[in-house]
Design a protein around this ligand. Structure first.
Ligand SMILES: CC(C)(COP(=O)(O)OP(=O)(O)OC[C@H]1O[C@@H](n2cnc3c(N)ncnc32)[C@H](O)[C@@H]1OP(=O)(O)O)[C@@H](O)C(=O)NCCC(=O)NCCS
Length: 192
């Protein structure tokens, strides 16, 4: 299918309801994601970007501050997610355009890396590599290793190795890694 010519722009205060609807539609099978995104949106260290098509919001991505707990120092970093595209327009390049913008903004911020938890089949096409290659570990052992991915920028330095520390919002929503049957299924699917 042909790629859609969407406009990617920064999320504005008035976008809250439209973004909520997009996240709910994309994650119809996981109603915990929309409230997580709404709480992340209240953080000063979090930025959302929306994809607009004919004036309607059809996609959304978020980047939020986190840290690498390295031996030498605590290194500020960024985490990408959630990423949401409404089902009607999935498979037409909207997710790719949103990730490209989020990665570009992450680099422009001066961060050394942007990390995420997601399907390597999707994100490896967009420049993400296993974070383990950089010596960066996930915030929980409940994140399957192949799913924990990173893009490194010019600000990255070799000592920036260690576990990622997420801000409290991810923990209050129990949104770090996977649990139970879902964790087992994803581990099996990723060949862990
Ligand atoms: C995942 C999601 C954001 C992708 O957005 P999108 O706009 O549909 O993606 P794009 O159109 O940019 O890319 C689609 C391409 O990626 C491929 N793709 C999608 N998911 C994939 C996966 N898990 N593994 C490999 N390829 C995948 C598609 O087959 C398609 O390939 P093609 O271009 O060769 O046809 C969207 O499907 C979505 O919102 N899903 C529900 C929420 C979700 O799972 N978010 C991500 C959580 S990590």
């Amino acid at each position: 299918m042909t790629a859609l010519d969407v406009t990617i722009r920064e999320q504005r205060p008035g976008d809250g309801d439209a973004v909520l609807a997009v996240v709910l539609a994309a994650f119809a099978d996981d109603p915990t994601v929309a409230p997580l995104d709404a709480d992340l949106a209240r953080r000063d260290d979090s930025h959302g970007y929306v994809a607009e098509l004919d004036g309607a919001v059809v996609g959304h991505v978020r980047i939020t501050g986190c840290w690498i707990d390295a031996e030498h120092a605590l290194a500020p970093a960024l985490v990408l997610g959630p990423l949401s595209v409404v089902p009607d327009v999935q498979g037409r390049g909207v997710g790719t355009a949103l990730v490209a913008r989020a990665v570009a903004e992450s680099e422009a911020s001066g961060a050394p890396v942007v990390v995420l938890e997601g399907d390597p089949g999707y994100y490896s096409r967009l420049g993400f590599r296993p974070a383990a290659e950089l010596g960066i570990a996930p915030a929980s052992p409940r994140v399957p290793a192949p799913a924990f991915q990173a893009v490194r920028f010019a600000a990255y330095e070799h000592w920036m190795r260690g576990p990622i520390v997420y801000p409290e919002t991810f923990w209050t929503h129990d949104a770090v890694g996977l649990r139970g049957d879902t964790l087992a299924e994803v581990r099996a699917a990723l060949g862990e």
